[in-house]
Design a binder for this molecule. Sequence first.
Ligand code: FAD
Ligand code: DLZ
Ligand code: SF4
Length: 517
Amino acid sequence: MKTLVPILGDQLSPTMASLRGQNPADTVVLMVEVAEETTYVRHHKQKLAYILSAMRHHADALHDAGWTVDYTALDAPDNAGSFTGELARAIQRHDPDRIAVTEAGEWRVRAMIDGWETIFGIPVDIHPDDRFVATHAEFDAWAENRRELTMEFFYRDMRRKTGLLMESDKPNAKPVGGRWNFDKDNRKPAKADLLMPRPLAFAPDAITRDVIAMIAERFPDHPGSLDGFDWAVTAADAERQADMFFRHALPQFGDYEDAMLTGERHLWHSILSPYINSGLLDPIDLCRRAEAEYHAGRAPLNSVEGYVRQIIGWREYMRGIYWREGPDYVDRNHLDHRRPLPAWYWTGETEMHCLRESIGQTLATAHAHHIQRLMVTGNFALLIGADPKAVHLWYLEVYVDAYEWVELPNTLGMSQFGDGGLVGSKPYVSSGAYIDRMSDYCRHCRYDVKQRVGPDACPFNALYWDFLARHRETLGRNPRLAMPYRTWDKQPADAQAATRDQAAAFLDTLDASGPPY
Ligand code: FAD
Ligand code: DLZ
Ligand code: SF4
């Protein structure tokens, strides 16, 4: 019985469910680089280079492990350009009795795979992707009949299920340290210092250099730069990066989780998300290693709990929301926002230092850390009333770790309030004061973060109050916004009018600068 096993570009784990239990002697692994995947959005050039190089290295690793691998490069003659087209050609070459595939991470590709049995007339076994803690059914059962899908409660169930940071495996076990949540301890601003951890940089090998040359030639119009590409592209190098994180950064990960600093791209973050999402690293294994650092006395609980929370809490929760909410989640627009993103989201050319730093870094490396994504680029997009779908497409495009199942609920849900509060109970908006508290950006900015009106006023300030005033009908009864609304209401009418005029004049300047495509 001959089996064809397609492995997609984010399924680069050696133990994918579709491979387990197959006999290498009568199995052909199919990996294909296809135009449809490389262009469904204008992926950042480094994202493309990372994914295709990691795929090529993974194909070599599978081959070395004894599998027969049939690999189609993007520039191969007769490349059909899509998963289905390449599968058709592979079926002709290998005449398999059945196909085994692991479920895709996106509605678009799921629909494609669902059509294969009818198109090709051979059985297609679709295996659940078990690289996650919660199955789809478990998330749905948790969400069923709840008025609010609060991440915290889902996260506690994931702690109980995995036993991570639990006192015992009894059903009523307590969390290690007696508390589930250390977020309050984890909001410290940081100072640059010479002892800050530095992640490893991986010089491109011959395979990566070939891929980079191909991307430069085929995708000149895609955003971002290929210069300085230093991502790991093998599981072994990704493991080295993980070792570095656990040794040098995890101990202060918690304290500085929300901090931002000019010129510092990594701070105490792990920078492992692309490797986790494409399969080079196992998320649960990383959590167990973090837990072991705590038990060995090398990392404090606020850091280790914070790290575990991001992975078995937020990451799993986002996936659950994505699949539960269905393929039309992408079209939700609770606040009816319609504005395009300004063109400088693709160049970083703005005088607002926080945005110039966050976007500049994104274009240079295809990565930004969470608070830059949420409270700088995301916050600004929400304050100006940007179309949440356009914002989603930008994030999907520019980040090396972006796949729709994780990017969409983070962007449209958490960051843009497009789902009306399913993911976050209030919009993540702030004035310049938050950015000033958590970073050194304002000290380097031509705008004055303390001013609300006038030519030097920080644009976030007027935009913040204007946002609240504009959305009073929709947001005015949200208890988590009661305090800012009270503060606004106490302002004299002329101060309110000046603030709203300042915001309107700023928004007019943005409209002159639409997106590049
Ligand atoms: P760390 O800060 O070291 O965090 C540890 C790990 O926790 C990460 O590697 C990641 O796997 C996980 N994690 C942390 N926060 C989240 C979260 N909110 N959702 C899911 N996983 C999380 N993350 C992606 O992996 N892909 C995306 O496309 C993506 N898009 C985002 C869009 C927006 C608007 C926002 C606000 C966040 C987004 N995130 C996304 C979450 C988060 O910003 C990144 O996971 C994180 O910055 C990756 O860098 P890191 O590995 O250094 O993370
Ligand atoms: C993101 C991506 C890109 C850019 N290119 C490919 C590719 O050429 N071949 C491939 O198998 N996968 C690629 N991917 C990842 C897929 O888009 C991803 O596997 C699907 O979105 C399903 O999650
Ligand atoms: Fe950003 Fe305003 Fe601070 Fe400038 S002053 S860095 S625009 S928050």
